[in-house]
Ligand binder design. Structure first.
Ligand code: KIV
Ligand code: ZN
Length: 506
């Protein structure tokens, strides 16, 4: 399939909707962001709208590289067109984009003109542009838009007849805007198809979909697959009211569908953040691809799938690998009452603490209970729970003192179900000695493994610097892990043994 021809309207439709339209300096900056993405056609402004916009268009037209077509907007008025011709005169590859409505409602209630007058105005405007623009630049071309094309269902034949004349007068691109999105995508796609079938094949058909009902991306993508070549889009979906078609969504939908777009996707995320701050329009948290929540998973089932496919190109619960758009934050796993063991496991692991799935299962009901009233737990709260419940298991055993007497000999003082016990344990090191002392007191378990971790900082609020994990087999051969943290590794080891014993002897 032919590559889509992305025509960016951020500097015109986007800009005209801003609470504070961009200055020349800002427009120059945004222009570079647009072209850095690999977009080759940019509508740089509406020269008749203000002196500032007129001057910005002159500078942008001059600075634009040869391979980027720059376009300015003009109503079908001689005054607007002359201004546009002046603004674009130094561009290497210029376009004038003119428009008029042909919707019956709009012609009657807004323009107060009958259809024949509107058609004549449009045809004459294009003729006037063609008579003048090619004198300025042979590489120029002309775009004509029927504003409110989406509302022209009942007079489509009139629209098509007028467009045929407009094309004869020199329009090379015919843009069919859904100026206000009111209906289902299929309705406008069928109307577009009728225009495609009735105009000469060398005319470029274009779509420009506003997003009033949230379907602009869908309409634009499907229009492309219906043979529409020019796709008018805005960065961050900026534009009047609920905006224009979002460029990122369209580009990624086409990429996922196997279309070579020529776009540099890796710059998308950074561009989106920059445009948001320049436009002073926040990216809403649920915004596809770029919203802060776009990679957040809170249900247990989604968390499980997301974690299992984390580093894969194709993700269980995400449309793209975020690295494609230069987004490197991990998929976010938040713990709520809807979440499960995998979330606990992932959160504790991502904070660099050891945890097993069994321990996550053990922690899950405690975490759910808190989340039920509090809402989402922060990672630090999950970790706090881990310290509390996994590194400090209360039960029948209570350690009072463990201290060396002489080499390989230790004194152990503890309570079991409230009863004080004192034993001397001998062993090859404190772990061995403690286990031997407990055995002497009648509590048998066999060491399987032990691991020690130094905690690099106590910024997690634990105040501890060592963590120990002691795995023992109980009499039935079940493996039990006890974990503990302490400022001393010897005490972390002994506490870990007690935590394991508290799980075995109840
Ligand atoms: O939405 C619209 O119809 C427009 C035209 C000027 C193309 O922005
Ligand atoms: Zn528009």
């Amino acid at each position: 399939m032919q590559r889509p021809y992305f025509y960016d309207i951020t500097l015109r439709d986007g800009n005209q909707s801003l609470k504070k339209p961009w200055s020349l300096k800002e427009k120059l900056f945004v222009f570079d962001k647009i072209t850095d993405l690999g977009i080759k056609a940019v509508e740089i402004g509406f020269p008749a709208s203000s002196q500032m916009d007129f001057e910005s268009c002159i500078t942008l037209a001059q600075k634009a590289p040869d391979d980027v077509r720059v376009s300015v907007l003009a109503r079908c008025h001689k005054g607007d067109i002359d201004r546009a011709l002046q603004a674009i005169e130094n561009a290497k590859t210029p376009r004038i984009h003119t428009f008029i409505t042909m919707s019956p409602f709009h012609m009657e209630h807004v323009l107060n003109k009958d259809p024949d007058t509107v058609a004549k105005t449009a045809i004459e405007a294009v003729e006037y542009i063609a008579d003048n623009i090619y004198k300025i630049n042979k590489n120029a071309d002309i775009e004509f838009s029927i504003e409110h094309f989406g509302d022209c269902y009942d007079n489509l034949d009139f629209v098509i007849d007028t467009l045929k004349e407009i094309v004869k007068k020199g329009a090379t691109t015919i843009n069919l805007p859904n100026t206000v999105e009111r209906y289902r995508p299929k309705r406008i796609l069928d109307m577009i198809k009728k225009v495609q079938d009735n105009l000469p094949s060398d005319v470029t058909i274009s779509v420009h979909n506003h997003n009033d009902l949230g379907m602009a991306t869908a309409t634009t993508v499907e229009a492309y697959f219906q043979g529409v070549r020019q796709l008018e889009c805005c960065l961050n979906g900026l534009g009047e009211r609920t905006g224009n078609t979002d460029f990122y969504q369209v580009a990624l939908a086409l990429k996922n569908s196997g279309i070579d777009t020529g776009i540099d996707y890796s710059k998308i995320y950074e561009t989106a953040l920059t445009i948001s701050s320049m436009a002073n329009v926040a990216i809403y948290e649920k915004a596809p691809l770029i919203g802060s929540e776009a990679l957040a998973h809170r249900s247990g089932i989604h968390q499980d799938g997301a974690i299992k496919t984390k580093c894969m190109e194709f993700g269980a619960y995400r449309p793209i690998n975020p690295a494609i758009i230069g987004r490197y934050d991990d998929e976010k796993i938040g713990f709520t009452s809807q979440s499960g063991k995998t979330a606990i496991y992932d959160i504790v692991k991502s904070l660099k603490y050891p945890i097993t799935i069994q321990e996550s299962i053990y922690l899950t009901p405690f975490a759910k209970e808190i989340a039920q009233t509090k809402g989402e737990l922060t990672p630090e709260e999950v970790l706090g729970l881990y310290f509390d419940k996994v590194c400090n298991i209360e039960g029948a055993f209570e350690l009072i003192v463990f201290r060396p007497i002489e080499k390989d000999l230790y004194d152990l003082l503890f309570n079991f179900k409230g009863e004080r016990k004192q034993v001397i344990g001998r062993g090859n090191g404190p772990i061995d000695a403690c286990l031997n002392a407990l055995r002497k007191a009648g509590f048998e378990a066999k060491l399987s493994d032990y691991k020690q971790y130094s905690l690099d900082s106590d910024d997690k609020g634990s105040g501890a610097s060592a963590m120990s994990a002691i795995s023992v087999f109980d009499k039935e051969g079940n493996l039990v892990i006890g974990r503990a943290i302490d400022t001393s590794i010897v005490h972390a080891n002994v506490k870990a043994i007690f935590n394991a014993y508290n799980q075995i002897f109840k």
